[in-house]
Ligand binder design. Structure first.
Ligand SMILES: [Zn+2]
Length: 234
């Protein structure tokens, strides 16, 4: 996975513009006689620059990030069908560094986007991820550098359901839900099984993870026309 330069990648978030991006924008004039730094929206519209968004879901070994690790992570690029993912391998477990490698690939992938979307991510995925990233002393996006939308919040405000869980939202909006249920055996074998059991079961967890991001992304896209997306920071 390529090591991106943090903070200087986005074409849409002024906090992450490169020197070159600023220079190019300054040399351009919009119909209102301003340059692309003064009128970023004019510049973006004229150049077809849109937010890059990714739907993220983590599978973790525990609900607390100091007593748990990331087992798998998966992103659905909301502008395409691309899925990005990584999972804990047997080598990772044997290295003694737990989720350090996959936390590093996660944070590299994070920087590819302008906006991170999740379900209940305000209270789970984002803080869990931030805790793991800071634990491994990697560059987590600072305040304002990456925007965030939470489908759980969108559902809570815009729908009236008995539960705002992702599967309930999917059931109500689409009449079905893709979410595969993981048996407790799978979790136990991922954590405590033999090498071959761990390998087989982590694939199960990853499959579940992929289904989750597909379902979450579908919920997001269905609710999106009814919300005003804000530049809320992760
Ligand atoms: Zn303008």
């Amino acid at each position: 996975m390529p090591q991106l330069e943090p903070y200087r990648y986005s074409r849409i978030n002024p906090l992450r513009w490169s020197e070159k991006e600023i220079e190019t924008r300054q040399g351009w004039t919009c119909p209102h006689r301003h340059n692309g730094v003064q009128h970023p929206r004019c510049y973006n519209d004229a150049h077809g620059i849109v937010e890059r968004k990714g739907f993220l879901d983590l599978e973790t070994s525990n609900l607390s990030a100091d007593f748990g690790t990331i087992l798998t992570w998966c992103f659905k690029d909301l502008g395409s069908d691309t899925l990005w993912y990584d999972f804990l391998t047997d080598a990772d477990v044997r290295s003694g560094d737990a989720d350090k490698r996959i936390v590093s690939t996660l944070v590299d992938t994070l920087w590819q986007f302008d906006r991170i979307v999740g379900h209940y991510s305000t209270y789970f995925d984002v803080p869990f991820m931030r805790t793991r990233v800071l634990h491994w002393k990697l560059p987590f996006p600072q305040y304002g550098m990456l925007w965030h939308s939470d489908v759980w919040m969108m559902a809570r405000k815009k729908l009236k359901l008995h539960s705002n869980r992702q599967d309930s939202v999917a059931e109500s909006l689409h009449g079905d839900h893709l979410k595969t249920r993981l048996s407790p055996d799978v979790w136990n074998q991922v954590l405590f099984g033999s090498a071959s059991q761990r390998q087989a079961n982590i694939k199960e967890v990853l499959h579940h993870n992929e289904q989750d991001v597909l379902e979450g992304a579908r919920n997001y896209e269905t609710l999106l026309p009814y919300v005003r997306e804000t530049r809320t920071s992760i």
